[in-house]
Write a protein that binds this ligand. Sequence first.
Ligand code: ATP
Ligand code: MG
Length: 457
Amino acid sequence: MSKELLIVEDDQTMLETLSHVFRKAGFTVFEAGNGAAGIEVINNKPVKVMLLDLNLPDMSGLDVLARVKEIDDQVLCIFMTAYPEIKTAVTAMKQGAYDYINKPFELDELRIIVNKAFEVETLKSEIASLRYERDSRRQDFGMVGNSDPIKRIQDQISQVARTDNTHVLILGESGTGKELVADAIHNISSRKDKPLLKINCSSIPETLLESELFGHAKGAFTDAKTSKAGIFELSHTGTIFLDEIGDLAISLQPKLLRVLESRSLRKLGGTKDIAIDIRVISATNQELSVKIQQNQFRSDLLYRLNVFTILVPPLRERVHDIPHLARHFLSQFKSTMKEDVIDFDNDAIELLKNYAWPGNIRELKNMIERAYILTKTNIITRKDLLPDSGFNLVKNNSAELFSIRDNWTSLEEVEAKYIQSVVNHFDGNKSEAARLLGISRVTLREKLKKCADADFN
Ligand SMILES: Nc1ncnc2c1ncn2[C@@H]1O[C@H](COP(=O)(O)OP(=O)(O)OP(=O)(O)O)[C@@H](O)[C@H]1O
Ligand SMILES: [Mg+2]
C-alpha cells in the first residue's frame, strides 16, 4: 500500500525532521513550506494524508483546509497547533479536519496518529469500492430513478427475492409503484416460472371475494354448479399479490390468517384441506396501525403479512428522480406516437420538481402523456403541462394549491380568494359564510371590501 503524506510546515528544521522520520518509516513524503505550496501539491500529487501547521506565513491553516476540501475531500488533514491555539483546533475539527496534535509533541505520538489516519483512509477506500461494486450489480427492475430511496428499495427487492417463503408487505401512497415492486420480487425469485396472480381486495364484493380467494366446492351455495379453484390454489408454488389489503373485509381476515398459518386451505363448502405453497405479497396505501385501532384490521394478520416490509416513499420525497422519470415516460410515448417531441425546457422541469404529486408517479405519467399530446413544438414547456392555468392542475384543492411552490402568493391574496370561494359556495349568503369562517359578519364585510379594493384577479 502506498502511503502518500504531505507535510505543510514553515519551520524548516521541523519540516526536515518530520520528512526524514516518515520517509524512513516507508512513507512517500511531499514537503511544502507554506500554504500555497501545499495546495499546489494537493492539486498535482496523490496525497492521502496531510500534516498541516496552523500558523503559516502566507495563509491560515484553516483556509488551506477549506481549499483542500474543495480540491479533494478525501484527503485526511491532521493539524499541528501550539497549545494556546486550542480554540482554532476545535474550529478546524468542525470544518472537517481529521485530527490534531499539540506542539510540542513526541514523535511517537505523531506516528500513531498518522498511522491511524492511513488505516482510516484504507477503510474508506475499501468501503467506496464495495459501494461501487454493489451499485454496479444493483438491478433496476424497470424502476427509473437513482435516489437513495429507490436504491434502498432495489436492494430490499433483491434481498427478499432470495428467500422463497417470506411474505412481503408493501406500503406506500397511491401511484408510488407498489405493484412494480411486487412484480420485481416475483420475477427474480425462484418462483418466477410459476404463476403470479393478483387480486384487488377492494374491488370485489365481500360475498364474492371469499370464493375468489379460496374457491368453492360444488353445491357450496345456490349458484355453485361446479367446484372452482380460488386464486390461492391457482397460484400454488407461485406468488399471490393481494392489493389494497387494508380493505379486506374483517370477516375474511381470520380465514386468510388460517391459510397463512397452516399453509393449507379448505374451499368454501369443501371437506378436505388442500396444501398450498405460496408467497404472499400484499400492498396497501392505508395506515394499518390506525385500522387496527379502529378494529378494522387484525393485528395477528398484520404480523403474518409483514414479515418483510418495503416502504415506497411518495414522489415528493424523491424530487431528484422526477426529471429522470419524466424523460423516461416521454421516451415511452415517443416510440408509440409522434416522433418529434424530444425534451422538456428548464422551466417545465422546474415546475415538475416543485409540484407535490399527490397522485405520485401515476399522476406524473398521465401529465407527461397529456403534455405530449398537446404540445405543438418539439420541446415540452410549462404551458404544455398547464394548458389552462396553474389552478387547473390543482383542481381547486387548497392543500394541493400550496404545493406549487413557484406559484407562491401573499397571505392576503390567499385569504381573499378563500373568503370569496366560501361566499360563492353559500351563494352569496354572508351569514352562512361568516359562520363557517368563524368570523363576524362585520369582519367578513370589511374583508370583502378590502378584497374588492385590492382586486387580486
Ligand atoms: N420507479 C418507477 N419507474 C418507472 N415507472 C414507475 C416507477 N414507479 C412506478 N411506475 C409506474 O407508475 C405507475 C403506477 O405504479 P403502480 O401501479 O405500481 O403504483 P401503486 O403503488 O400500485 O399504485 P396504487 O396504490 O394506486 O395501486 C405504473 O404505470 C408504473 O409502471
Ligand atoms: Mg397498485
